[in-house]
Design a protein around this ligand. Structure first.
Ligand SMILES: NC(=O)N[C@@H](CC(=O)O)C(=O)O
Ligand SMILES: [Zn+2]
Ligand SMILES: [Zn+2]
Length: 437
């Protein structure tokens, strides 16, 4: 195994230092390690001007395999993840077949190991076939080789309160968490975009904020009632942030239950005004919301109400996106642009420092997913999961260069700050000089 010496990196934006990566761990940290023990024969990477961050962890990725290998495969999706600085992703269960058995989650887990670009942790479905009728074999998935801890019907809401209660009760046995796609189905029938003055003007069926907020409020009450762990996927409204804030305050007073929440990069940057283009590249679930919602999401992420930035990377082939708005699929790519969007919306605006970014994009998602080998600070002995990131450069997003099989990025042609220069997974580079290894 090659040893790597990263020269003059700035860990989380602090003083520059060297890092020695050997035998899969951070073997040494300090100034001028060139002459030190173990550095002999190491491959030197000049990290002058670069930030060193712990490998990013995504709680919410759609890899599409099995079933929709025309949109993405575990191999291509994890290539995109590595290019985005991720060393671990949670693969959502809405595949074909659905990841609702030990057999399917083990298959996805094994495909991730074989590809080797980043660790893949399958999410297990909450209900059989995502149908919302019967609980899936949660225990069998937890006990499988894939060691599933996160369960979600994402793409669909577990709208039946009794099923949601039973899922929250069940996952306690193995310290699991239920990640809810909060969308009241009756309030969003045929919904196409955020409900507001604009949806009326554009003639597109509106998606009211209350459809998200009502489920979040209900699920927080259920999690408190049964003493379990709830995670809220892709929070998108100001009202949702406030509900999570109040629920967290109650959980802190009471103890014994927990609610965590995530926000997606696109909800931190883009607004519903983009629907006026009628370009389905901007069609996503939950929908892009108002500028006031964006501001509340940024504030909630800054003050810790929202724990995590998760990409909700949702690849779709062009025939599902290059059509009229109403017929197009919901979802957008996210893995390769996430860190740049967080820099633009949170760091360059002064809302978050790099330590705050590492907490929300690495440590917190690893904690929620109960991943022991990820999310740790870059100190001696930690697994050598590292990103080298250049925050000073700017780049124009070109979908043609994406490692993903799909091209549905809403940032096409946009100039974004920052670039991932290298990603190391347990000391082995998956990306070097901005190129896949
Ligand atoms: N986010 C989306 O718009 N789409 C996701 C499903 C989901 O995350 O709800 C997908 O699977 O395509
Ligand atoms: Zn979802
Ligand atoms: Zn999703």
């Amino acid at each position: 195994m090659t040893t790597y010496l990263l020269r003059n990196a700035s860990i989380l934006g602090g003083e520059t230092t060297d890092l020695l990566l050997a035998d899969g761990v951070v073997a040494a940290v300090g100034p001028d390690l060139t002459a030190g023990p173990g550095a002999d024969g190491a491959t030197v990477v000049d990290a002058t001007g670069l930030l060193a961050l712990p490998g990013l962890v995504d709680l919410h990725t759609h890899l599409r395999e099995p079933g929709r290998e025309d949109a993405e495969t575990v191999d291509t999706g994890t290539r995109a993840a590595a290019m985005g600085g991720f060393t671990a992703v949670h693969a959502m269960a809405n595949t074909e077949p659905v990841a609702d058995t030990a057999g399917v989650v083990e298959q996805v887990w094994r495909l991730g190991r074989e590809a080797g670009h980043c660790d893949v942790f399958p999410v297990g479905a909450v209900t059989v076939g995502l149908a919302g009728e019967r609980l899936a074999e949660l225990g069998a998935m937890a006990d499988s080789a894939a060691r599933v801890r996160v369960f979600s019907d994402d793409g669909r809401c577990v709208s039946d309160a009794v099923l949601m209660r039973r899922a929250l009760e069940y996952v306690k046995a193995f310290d699991g968490v239920v990640a809810q796609h909060a969308q009241e189905p009756r309030l969003t029938e045929g919904a196409q975009m955020n409900e507001g003055e604009l949806s009326g003007r554009l003639g597109l069926t509106g998606w009211p904020a209350v459809a998200e907020e009502a489920i979040i409020a209900r699920d927080c009450l259920l999690a408190a009632h049964v003493g379990s762990r709830l995670h809220v996927c892709h929070v998108s409204t100001a009202g949702s942030v406030q509900i999570v804030r109040e629920a967290k305050a109650r959980a802190a007073r009471e103890g014994g239950w927990e609610v965590t929440a995530e926000v997606c990069p696109h909800h931190l940057l883009l607004t519903d005004e983009l629907a006026a283009t009628y370009d389905p590249i901007y069609k996503v679930n939950p929908p892009l919301r108002t500028a006031a919602d964006v501001e509340a999401l940024r504030a909630g992420l800054a003050d810790g109400t929202i724990d995590v930035v998760a990409t909700d990377h949702a690849p779709h082939p062009h025939e599902d996106k290059d059509c009229e708005w109403a017929a197009a699929a919901f979802g957008m790519l996210g893995l390769e642009t996430a860190l740049s969007i967080v820099q633009e919306t949170m760091v360059d605006t002064g809302l978050l420092d790099w330590a705050g970014v590492a907490e929300r994009m690495s440590a917190a998602p690893a904690r929620i997913g109960r991943l022991a080998e990820h999310g740790q600070p870059l100190t001696v002995g930690a697994p050598a999961n590292v990103v080298l990131y250049d925050p000073a450069v700017r780049r124009v997003v070109d979908p043609a260069t994406s490692a993903s099989l799909s091209r549905n990025t809403p940032y096409r042609g946009m100039e974004l700050p920052g670039r991932v220069v290298a990603t190391f997974l347990r000391g082995t580079p998956t990306v070097l000089d901005g190129t896949l290894v």
